[in-house]
Design a binder for this molecule. Structure first.
Ligand SMILES: [Zn+2]
Length: 684
């Protein structure tokens, strides 16, 4: 190991106190070399067995993963020009190492030999499962293809990476490129002051008088909800739904990217022997096959339909009687919905912030974890990457240490937006040592203002905190000893959100809300009447929203099933066909939503967008158990821990679910939860 290099320090928690940017290059290059040496040495062995084949390679790769993971993490939370430069410089070297390893036939053969010797009884079930996953992943990376096909596979992978980057650059640039200039102050009626001020600044920065509005989320969403001038809404809508398309600025058109991505994905799947890219994608998913996912979506759309239709009627009636709009158009929907919502529930989401002081939320959350799992969460002083970041130890009821997590909650410059959990270290127990799990929990909440000692969260941010903490629990509370299937490792993509969404449900449980909220003076809890209104407002427009999610999911599945669409017209035809069956709100001919659908064309959700709904089905159904039976929090927690979150990737997630719930998942709880079931409808 390199002495005095923080990235080569593999003690219990990452060494942030001695970290220097100059450490990165030598550490990563050294760890790649070491891993290469181990790979060669393992590949040249005559005999393969667990201790001399799998373990040394796992160790070498884990060290690189840990160090590179730490660099990637810092690049996300305290990015600087220097750090980004080094990260981008090293990225190709690191990716090449992983892709060389994943197509190494000798290593694959050695792993297969270890696996085949399992009949002799020298492997436990964890090791068998780990090897099955490893062998599957080698095959999905093209290890058993002949040389020419391997080369083609690599070419396709590279091509897909650059097509995805080009797709997302186009969406970003097309979004940035558009500004709507308004000169007349009378046309700003209805807009929140913050949006107006920002539009003023934007105009000034462009050397213009008046106001300039953009398509970025913080402007676009409130604009569509509140701008009274219907023509302006139409102009914004048109610009938004034609971004990066043949109907927008031609230099950002994603039409060719879409067609080429679909074709390259299909070819890749065929090389590996799958019928279509959707089938390849489902090789690592819980929902078994694309047909099952399509069935679920069809069932959801049928259940949501009548509610969506009555919501649409309500919008039309209100628009005609209160706003003088005789024909409701897509650019009216958010505006009218917002008007009805304000009238009906008499509070705005932002009003709730004063009831959720951060310290109380965190204490309430830790208390809930204690009730569920009997664990205690205790702060441990340690230097991290920013003074506001805290490190926590998690201990079980016998006070034994389970693992650690860092909590980095506040937005600041140089930090990527959004919220996420990442694993810093995975649990791994060998004959010689036990490596404890460590996680990063990252959010982007507003920090305390100068005149208050605590930060305050919106209810949505409280849900985010609970959600990410669910991922942390999944990673830390694992009882699996093998690194590749412990914590979140090896868990099917569409099941990973179960533990996190499960936690979100508690933010809608009055017994918990009482503990995480306070009244305005800082004592007691939020008013119960207000909480009841929040619950009512939660499901407002859930029919229309469900149909929209179903439309996206079905589109994603259909374009990846069968032979790929070979032209933009063919892609749009698929969309038109499914819209006829699913949607109830007509869209204009120029609407090009696929052109900015980055989740599936530039992200990891290809033939997997349905996962969002699938995870909601699972988590609502799992949580539903606490409501229909008389189980205590501890009963629920103990069972959830035993059957789901302790298991890592050892068992298929469906088995975990059945172990917990006693049966396969049903969509009823989600319908109930979102106000779409018969029962829920008659109650409102
Ligand atoms: Zn999540």
């Amino acid at each position: 190991m390199i002495q005095n290099n923080a990235l080569c320090d593999f003690k219990e928690i990452p060494n942030f106190s001695n970290f220097k940017i100059e450490d990165i290059r030598p550490a990563i290059q050294f760890l790649i070399e070491e891993a290469e040496k181990t790979t060669e040495q393992v590949a040249s062995q005559k005999e393969s067995n667990w201790n001399e084949t799998v373990e040394p390679l796992t160790l070498a790769v884990d060290r690189l993963n840990r160090a590179w993971g730490q660099v990637g993490h810092l690049n996300s939370v305290v990015s600087s020009d220097d750090l980004r430069q080094i990260y981008n410089d090293l990225l190709p070297e690191v990716s090449e190492f992983y892709s060389r390893l994943s197509q190494n036939k000798k290593i694959y053969q050695s792993f297969e030999n270890v696996y085949n010797a399992k009949i002799e009884g020298n492997l436990n079930i964890e090791r068998i499962k780990l090897l099955e996953n490893e062998l599957r992943d080698y095959r999905l990376s093209g290890v058993d293809l002949d040389e020419a096909k391997q080369e083609r596979y690599q070419e396709l992978s590279k091509k897909l990476a650059s097509l995805a980057a080009s797709f997302s650059d186009n969406v970003l640039d097309a979004t940035d490129h558009f500004v709507m200039h308004v000169a007349d102050v009378d046309r700003l009626v209805g807009l929140p002051q913050a949006i107006i001020s920002e539009a003023r600044e934007k105009a000034a920065s462009l050397g213009k008088d008046g106001w300039c509005f953009t398509l970025k989320a913080p402007c676009w969403i409130p604009f569509m909800e509140s701008c009274v001038d219907r023509n302006l809404r139409e102009e914004m809508y048109r610009a938004y739904v034609t971004r990066a398309s043949d109907c927008g600025a031609s230099q950002y058109d994603n039409s060719n990217n879409i067609v080429e991505i679909l074709s390259a994905r299909h070819e890749k799947a065929k090389l590996l022997g799958f019928d279509s890219f959707a089938h390849l994608s489902f090789a690592t998913k819980m929902a078994v096959d694309p047909k099952r996912a399509l069935e679920l979506m069809t069932e959801l759309s049928q259940k949501a339909r009548s509610r969506a239709e009555s919501e649409y009627e309500m919008l039309k009636d209100y628009a005609a009687s209160h706003l003088g709009v005789s024909k409701l158009m897509p650019w009216d929907i958010s505006f009218v919905a917002q008007k009805i919502k304000e009238e009906r529930y008499t509070f705005k989401d932002e009003d709730l912030r004063q009831y959720f002081p951060l310290k109380r939320c965190i204490n309430g959350l830790f208390e809930l974890l204690n009730s569920l799992y009997g664990i205690s969460v205790v702060e441990k002083k340690a230097k991290a990457w920013d003074a506001s970041v805290k490190l926590y130890q998690v201990r079980d009821h016998a006070d034994d240490l389970i693992g650690y997590f860092y909590m980095d909650l506040f937005a600041r410059d140089g930090k990527r937006s959004g919220a996420w959990m990442d694993d810093a270290v995975g649990r791994w127990k060998t004959d010689r040592h036990t490596q404890l799990p460590v996680a990063y929990l990252v959010c982007n909440f507003p920090s305390a203002t100068t005149d208050s000692s605590d930060a305050y969260l919106s209810h949505n941010e409280v849900e985010t905190l609970f959600h990410e903490c669910g991922h942390v629990m999944h990673h830390l509370m694992t009882q699996i000893d093998e690194l590749g299937i412990s914590g979140i490792n090896g868990v099917e993509w569409d099941a990973v959100e179960l533990p996190s969404q499960f936690m979100e449900n508690f933010c809608w449980d009055w017994n918990i809300v009482k503990k995480i909220s306070s009244d305005i003076s800082g004592d007691g809890h939020m008013p119960e009447d207000l909480f009841k209104k929040m619950v009512e407002a939660k499901n407002f427009m859930s029919g229309i929203q469900t149909l929209r999610q179903v439309e996206f999911s079905v589109f994603d599945l259909l374009v990846h099933l069968g032979a790929p669409a070979d032209s933009l017209e063919a892609v749009m035809k698929i969309l038109e066909g499914l819209r006829k069956e699913i949607s109830i709100i007509p869209v204009p001919e120029y609407n090009r939503f696929p052109h900015s659908f980055s989740h599936i064309f530039a992200g990891g959700y290809a033939a997997g967008y349905y996962s969002y709904k699938w995870a909601e089905v699972l988590s609502a159904d799992a949580f539903g158990m606490s409501q229909e039976s008389s189980m205590t929090l501890r009963d629920i927690g103990t069972k959830f821990l035993k059957e789901v979150i302790s298991k890592g990737g050892l068992r298929p997630s469906l088995e975990n679910f059945i172990g917990f719930r006693g049966r396969e998942p049903k969509i009823d709880a989600l319908l109930q939860h979102t106000g779409l079931s018969e029962q829920a409808r008659s109650a409102t």
